[in-house]
Design a protein around this ligand. Sequence first.
Ligand code: ATP
Ligand code: MG
Length: 578
Amino acid sequence: MKQSKMLIPTKKEAPSDAEVLSHIMMARAGYIYQISAGVWSYLPMAYRVIRKIEGIIREEMDNIDACEMQIPSMLPAEMWQQTGRYEAYGDNLYKFSDRNERKFVLGPTDEEPVTSILRDSIKSYKKLPLVVYQITDKFRDEGRPRFGVLRGKEFSMYDGYSFSADQAGLDEAYDNQAKAYRAIFDRIGLDYKVILADSGTIGGDNSQEFSAPAEVGEDVIVYTDGGYAANIEKASAKFTGVQQTDAPEELEKVATPGAHSVDEAAQALGVEPSQVIKTMLYLAKTGEEVQPVLVLMRGNDEVNETKVTNALDCDDIELASDDDAQKYLNAHPGSLGPVGVSEDIKVLADEYVKVMVNMACGANEDGFHYINANLDRDIRVDEFGDFRNVKEGELAPDGYPIKFTNGIEIGHIFKLGTGYSKTLGAQVLDENGRLVDMIMGCYGIGVTRLLSAVAEQNADENGLVWPQAIAPFDIHVIPTNVKKEEQVAMANEIEKQLTSAGYEVLVDDRKERAGVKFADSDLIGIPVRVTVGKKADEGIVEVKLRKTGENIEVKQEELVNTIQILLKQLSGSTDDNE
Ligand code: ATP
Ligand code: MG
């Protein structure tokens, strides 16, 4: 392919709103074009990368007998109303009406339609287990689309769904997907971690995320050298609390003018922040029902809202507003405390509170705190549990110290169970002729997000660096001066030679200065560069690896061999995932 025929609009400057390396470089390298906030066009180079990623996904899904299909993006609202997600999905769901006022949504994920299709297509357990998937655009009205194609409002997703008649079938499909995911991300050449994720009230280890460590990642990955890995919502640590043994003293209300935060209160009272009880008021929502809940923890701990939501078995929790705090406790959120609260308010406390005596806490009165508050006598707790975020250095369940890193969620696998098949009536006859709900799993990979993840991990200050498996081309051939006929002739010959050896080749035949060509070549990030320059008449070219900068002179007849060896070395150096 000749570069003069390609649309690769490289730029010296990135758009002003590009904050992260992957966005800056993909925009500068002419890969992506923003049509509107969070809505992107993939220009020819990016599109080639996407097609390669899709190709790898298809091959690995073929290997586990998953079958590809396509579900439309516009979906009737009824099926979403039936499962309750028409409301529950929230603001991210795009809703619209057709000319006859029929309501539709744009699919953000496709459990509803796929369950409906399988319900109407399969009647017997004999057809199960069955795994279907698609690679299509999904639509989510993200509140903060950002970081280029990392978080878009329209993005390409692989989404797979497994259906089985029994638990064993689900387990097998889930394990197969996990295996296929590993194969896919290994082949792409990403550094990634497989982490335990929260699976809501279903409990158990029914959900895993695949996450690519990167500074810009929005998720906190908790991991250890022993192999434990979980996202922060799910992660737990060994309980190491020790019962405090001081004798309980008398409860006392103390003036603490202007002290609203834990640290201000600790300072005013002359105690450690860890001896102050952080008191957070939440509203737990289940359907229309709203339950006020106080969550207590040590002042130096952070509430883990996922753990709280799971313990309450509710749809969702929301931090109380100033008005709510006034309504339920007659105080501002910065002055809340658990002493003497009404029975209408449920009180959850972190397990570390259980071993404390003589605690400090807000007095539900601005400008005052209690000291020497004690459990039972002063504070009613309905349920103790692990309600906090773990911290770096604590011991994980595997006994190793916890470390943190940021990660980009690139994929997710989830044992769904029978929720959707029940509400949408997707049953089959089992071996004994009884109707049973199909047991489902759902699986997702962010295809376009993968471009950002790979770029974040591999790009450098000069531009993109693609692993060969998904590079838009394998080899970039650059005649430095196209006015020299022997260079042009040699470049064309090399193109033929390399193409027939099975490589995808881009020839920079543009009438540009060598410096411009090299800078653009670094920017677009093809793994191997072959420069046809001054030594063309001696039959010698220069081969340079984009990733390492390694640079050697090679005779034309040895070119194919040399490139083969170099590329093998390159792919070997990225095969180190756990
Ligand atoms: P996130 O927590 O990042 O919003 P999610 O958990 O909502 O993602 P899933 O519903 O699990 O995402 O979707 C499957 C995959 O689709 C994710 O693992 C991610 O790689 C990708 N994805 C999700 N939202 C977006 C988005 N707005 N833009 C690009 N890719 C996305
Ligand atoms: Mg997810």
